[in-house]
Design a protein around this ligand. Structure first.
Ligand SMILES: C[S@@+](CC[C@H](N)C(=O)[O-])C[C@H]1O[C@@H](n2cnc3c(N)ncnc32)[C@H](O)[C@@H]1O
Length: 232
């Protein structure tokens, strides 16, 4: 993994260009992945009751397609043109909205990603690509897009990455602290080995975090409100 980034936007551009170059290979490889993890995990945490879900860094739409088949109103964000096209094709006629934007800001031309709109945001296989100095902005933005009590499902890759699509080290604890600063409380953590045999041999593993957006700061929820003192 790359030690530290000096200019986050240059690093992000290089990573996205690496995905563009390797898009065909990436699509073929992910199409061959077995069912099961992480789809059963997503199904458990997202549920099957229709709700607005945002899939950030959707790639070839492996998760997106399933989320839409489970009846969710899915918006897929994918900044790499070839993957964006492949993802759309894989979703066929499913009613998925597509956006072209990248972390950390997820800025779209038409401002179609609205604050407090999503019950669940999935960020699978993307976080290690976000340079460390851009992560605070990214978490602020993701938290802002979540509805109160909405959930962010964040997978974090550990271990070496291909030189053309570099990743940066991610520390679980500092990620949780940073998330806390943006009103995201941990609900569960899961450690998993890599699904791909070649990556497993290289020692790649994953942490999955499920984080819940608390009420906006300054507006205490009914549950956390202090009881009034008698006699006042
Ligand atoms: C390992 S793939 C994961 C794709 C998909 N989420 C999955 O699990 O199959 C990483 C994806 O993140 C996207 N990506 C990389 N950097 C990104 C960024 N800064 N913002 C949004 N997406 C990014 C890539 O284009 C690619 O589609």
């Amino acid at each position: 993994m790359t030690p530290a980034a000096d200019d986050p936007s240059a690093h992000i551009a290089r990573i996205l260009s690496g995905y563009e170059t390797a898009a065909d290979d990436f699509v073929a490889r992910t199409a061959g992945l077995p069912e099961g993890w992480p789809l059963d995990f997503l199904k458990r945490h997202v549920g099957t009751h229709s709700k607005p879900v945002l899939d950030v860094g959707a790639g070839s739409a492996r998760d997106t397609r399933r989320l839409a088949q489970w009846s969710h109103a899915v918006t897929a964000v994918e900044p790499v043109p070839s993957l964006h096209r492949a993802g759309k094709q894989r979703c066929g006629t499913l009613p998925v909205r597509w956006a072209d934007a990248a972390l950390p800001t997820l800025r779209t031309r038409d401002s179609s990603l609205r604050p407090s709109s999503y019950r669940v945001i999935v960020v699978n296989g993307v976080w290690h690509h976000v340079p460390p100095e851009a992560r605070e902005t990214a978490l602020r933005r993701l938290s802002q897009l979540l509805a109160p009590r909405g959930r962010l499902i964040l997978s974090i890759r550990h271990g070496p990455t291909p030189a053309a699509r570099p990743g940066f080290p991610v520390n679980r604890l500092s990620t949780l602290c940073m998330a806390g600063r943006h009103g995201l409380a941990p609900r569960s953590t899961h450690e998993r080995p890599s699904l791909q045999a070649a990556n497993l041999r290289l020692g790649v593993s994953w942490t999955w975090l499920v984080l819940e957006r608390l009420s906006p700061p300054g507006r205490s929820s009914r549950r956390s409100r202090q009881p009034r003192r008698a006699g006042r």
